[in-house]
Design a protein around this ligand. Structure first.
Ligand code: G4P
Length: 289
């Protein structure tokens, strides 16, 4: 996690290894649960996951829904449903939505459970692999649902040492992703959106430019939230002048009466991350569908 925050460098070699590890373990997995950040459902995904998991049943967990825009989270859920994938909102801070996960797994894998029954394998647990790019809350999810019930890897046939299994109950076992899955870093928007949420450190990106990009998105989709936080604004201004105006309103002025734009940018990004501006989702279905 911290390594990821330090740098957005990624290594194709590591990615290839992770893909190989996931593909190797896939035959003994019944479903894949993908944790994404509900504020940036598109940028917080691994672009190759679908290709890696093929037809394996897939559940999307829209985590951090406590920080996202609830209406847009619903739109994403409907969008995934339309595309044949079940998605549920979860919040690993409070635990909201976590109990629903078990039922969702059983619903999605109803055919599998029926086939276990037909084969006289009643009681065989369902095995779900949990995947997600760093910082989406994958560890928080596993900790929340599994508590301290880490299973012993060596007890499981066909499972390499080092893979972390968690026994949730008699009917469900979770596997943490072997290796690390990365987002689509080569896409500039993805990098920016990950930086807005704090998943990557912004010192590797230009803070003022980043804040200006955030202002563009917020001016378009959440102008009322911006005004509620920073007072009356003039949305005919460009994003740089809006940043200056916001900074001035906060008294971030340097000699000559100009805004200390770096301070203003840091403040804006910080306040977005700390949810001071509101529950905001930066990616909408119609922009990606
Ligand atoms: P990862 O395994 O996918 O890398 O993510 P991890 O669980 O470490 O979570 C990354 C950060 O996101 C953590 O904050 C964690 O507390 C926070 N987080 C996870 N799930 C939720 C959620 O549903 N809601 C909210 N609001 N936050 C969530 P951190 O600042 O890195 O650490 P800390 O504050 O927990 O010390």
């Amino acid at each position: 996690m911290s390594d990821f925050k330090q740098s957005i460098q990624w290594f194709p070699g590591h990615m290839a290894k992770t893909k190989r590890q996931i593909k190797e373990i896939l035959p003994i997995i019944d479903a894949v649960a993908e944790v994404v950040d509900a504020r940036i459902p598109q940028s917080s995904r691994n672009p190759d996951l679908k290709e890696i998991i093929g037809n394996k049943p897939h559940i999307i967990l829209l985590n951090k829904c406590d920080m996202a825009d609830a209406d847009i989270t619903k739109e994403w859920i409907a969008h995934y449903k339309q595309n044949g994938t079940t998605a549920i909102p979860i919040d690993c801070k409070s635990g909201k939505g976590i109990p629903l996960f078990k039922d969702t797994v059983k619903t999605v894998l109803a055919d599998k459970l029926e086939s276990f029954k037909q084969k006289g394998m009643v009681g065989k647990p369902l095995r779900v692999m949990v995947v997600g790019i760093p910082n989406v809350g994958k560890s928080s999810f596993i900790n929340k649902i599994a508590g301290k019930t880490r299973a012993k890897a060596e007890n499981r046939p066909g499972v390499t040492r080092g893979n972390q299994w968690f026994t949730i109950d008699k009917q469900l076992e979770l596997l943490d992703t072997p290796g690390v899955l990365w987002p689509k870093f080569e896409d500039q928007t993805v990098g920016e959106h990950l930086a807005f949420t704090g998943a990557v450190k912004d010192r590797i990106l230009d803070t003022e430019l980043l804040a200006m990009r955030l202002i563009e998105i917020l001016s378009q989709n959440y102008p009322d939230y911006l005004e509620k936080r920073y007072g009356e604004l003039d949305f005919s201004l460009d994003s740089y002048d809006l940043l200056c105006l916001i900074g001035k309103k906060r008294g971030m002025v340097i000699r000559g009466g100009e805004t200390d734009t770096e301070r203003a940018a840091n403040m804006l990004l910080e306040e977005y991350r700390n949810q001071k501006i509101g529950n905001i989702t930066l990616e909408r279905v119609d922009e990606y569908a």
